[in-house]
Design a binder for this molecule. Structure first.
Ligand SMILES: Cc1cc2nc3c(=O)[nH]c(=O)nc-3n(C[C@H](O)[C@H](O)[C@H](O)COP(=O)(O)OP(=O)(O)OC[C@H]3O[C@@H](n4cnc5c(N)ncnc54)[C@H](O)[C@@H]3O)c2cc1C
Length: 496
């Protein structure tokens, strides 16, 4: 008989680990503080519209870790719409003082990719193919200098061997340091800042070059690219994994906040929910590593060096989202659009010190992907943007960002039924992560790859899963959380 397991938290990491352990023969109970499952990857309904609590698009879909999990569980009820990359444009819209013209990122990479991946070296800068590429990019306003810089970066990324990528993890370069090896062109740095904002929610000055290349290469070489569940929004993903927990005899208890993880003689004993002790020899926490160690367990059980490491961990930036419930369609782009300025993390702009200078928006047009997410003839769009976790006056930030959206879409107010605005505190409420970050652990050189903290805690029977733990777990957001869940479950299955 396999040991009982308690999973604290029903985010993607916790659910993934729980389902695979239940499948592996463990008796599993998931304890979730909220009345719903999924944490940041959840959705809610209001007046016939359905919104994701965060703002989501999913790289790889079933070709990534969800596919691995659901295949092992024998569950096939999760389907994705796959053609988002081909049916829409990732656009950077023209904005005075920023990009001087509309950019279609997909088009740029499509032009460069076939040339760059042919072989090592600078194939992209030679021959007739290159002339065609240059013609296309010139049409978009590129100088030949920028073209050369961009093709040399892209060629290096797309032809990078696994060995070289591993070395890059060891070198601990940021994306800015990596790019500077090829070009200091601010336009190119701007494009990568745009990509980093959407992928890692941190500035290129902080992001790990190796992890970025790992994720970006997977995205660029995948035929299917960005995906979205066919029905039910982001909530469809935790729901599908939860079905696996139930199928293999596990239990999920919502409205069950865990107050404490109980330790005795350096072994985990179980958890406290209010006055009730629920016993189990294995506890897996889906809270952040920091909160698990410092709040749920307590400092007394760890040595100074471990505590220092835990205290040094930092999340990504947080987010503010505008959830638009529209009476009629505002945007015809299929899938998603980006309205972007390349100065991420620079808020001391035209509105004076401490006030926002908007960075741009990541905007899935959800009901254009799945029409069941809005009443007939209506539309839902979520515009998300990165923000610091704390600011002096959130009203001011909302005002500035909303004015920005109106500048892009002057018709917005005429078509608006209602709008929900969510702040970092709302994400904090949904996840228990105090800063309400996009990624629980910022993907910096010190916090990725081999440097990412282990899921195994130095106390017998205790583990942490999710986007904050798991050495060598990779990917972005939910994929990373699911990968961490798989790796942690396999470790426990191997040990028991
Ligand atoms: C605005 C925004 C946009 C994003 N966009 C994307 C995207 O496009 N693509 C993508 O893949 N990812 C995206 N992400 C990131 C992704 O949503 C997260 O990385 C991922 O969902 C985190 O999963 P997790 O397993 O770490 O758990 P979390 O989602 O953090 O869940 C933790 C769970 O633990 C529960 N919990 C907390 N405390 C307790 C307690 N004491 N007792 C019991 N339960 C507790 C919480 O209620 C929650 O259910 C985005 C995130 C945000 C905020």
């Amino acid at each position: 008989m396999k040991k009982d397991v308690i999973i604290v938290g029903a985010g993607i990491g916790g659910l993934s680990c729980a389902a695979l352990l239940a499948h592996g023969g463990h008796k599993v109970v998931v304890l979730e503080k909220n009345s719903y499952i999924g944490g940041a990857c959840s959705s809610y309904k209001k007046q016939g519209y359905s919104f994701d609590r965060a703002v989501h698009l999913f790289t790889a879909g079933l070709n990534g870790p969800y596919g691995v999990i659901l295949k092992r569980l024998g569950i096939d009820n999760l389907k994705f719409i796959k053609e988002i990359n081909t049916r829409t444009a990732m656009k950077i819209y023209k904005r005075e003082g920023y990009f001087p013209f509309d950019l279609n990122i997909n088009q740029i990479f499509k032009l460069i990719k076939p040339q760059g991946v042919k072989k090592k070296g600078s194939a992209a800068t030679k021959g007739t193919g290159a002339k065609l590429v240059m013609g296309g990019l010139k049409g978009m306003g590129f100088s030949s200098q920028t073209f050369k810089g961009l093709t040399s970066v892209m060629t290096n990324i797309l032809t990078m061997s696994k060995k070289r990528l591993n070395k890059l993890y060891d070198e601990q370069l940021t994306v800015t340091q990596y790019l500077n090896q090829f070009t200091e062109d601010t336009f190119i740095h701007g494009i990568f800042a745009f990509l980093l904002a959407g992928m890692f929610s941190i500035s290129p000055r902080k992001a790990s070059a190796a992890e970025f290349i790992h994720c970006f290469k997977a995205e660029m070489t995948s035929k299917e690219g960005y995906q979205y569940p066919i029905t039910g929004g982001a909530q469809a993903i935790p729901n599908a994994i939860a079905e696996g927990i139930i199928k293999y005899g596990g239990e999920i208890r919502t409205n069950s906040p865990v107050d404490k993880i109980v330790i005795k003689n350096d072994k985990v004993q179980g958890v406290m929910v209010g006055d009730d002790l629920i016993k189990a020899p294995i506890v897996v926490s889906n809270l952040t590593l920091k909160i698990s160690v410092l709040n749920l367990i307590g400092r007394d059980y760890f040595d100074k060096k471990y505590l220092e490491k835990i205290e040094s961990l930092r999340p990504s930036l947080s987010s503010m989202t505008f959830k638009l419930a529209l009476k009629e369609p505002l945007i015809k782009d299929w899938g998603f659009i980006n309205l972007y300025h390349p100065t991420l993390n620079d808020w001391k702009g035209k509105y004076g010190p401490g006030a926002p200078k908007s960075n741009g928006f990541f905007g899935p047009v959800l009901s254009n992907i799945d029409s069941s997410l809005a009443p007939p003839g209506c539309q839902t769009v979520i515009f998300g943007t990165v923000v610091p976790s704390k600011v002096a006056n959130w009203n001011k930030w909302q005002e500035v960002y909303y004015a920005d959206l109106l500048e892009f879409y002057p018709d917005l107010e005429k078509k608006l039924n209602f709008m929900d605005v969510s702040f970092p505190k709302d994400i904090a409420e949904a996840t228990g992560k105090p800063a309400g970050p996009v990624e629980g652990l910022a993907l910096t050189p010190a916090q990725t790859g081999k440097n990412k903290p282990s899921s195994v805690l130095p106390i017998e029977g205790l583990y942490v899963v999710g986007d904050t733990a798991g050495t060598d777990a990779h990917g972005i957001g939910t994929q990373l959380a699911a990968d961490s869940g798989i790796k942690c479950a396999d470790l426990i299955l191997h040990r028991s």
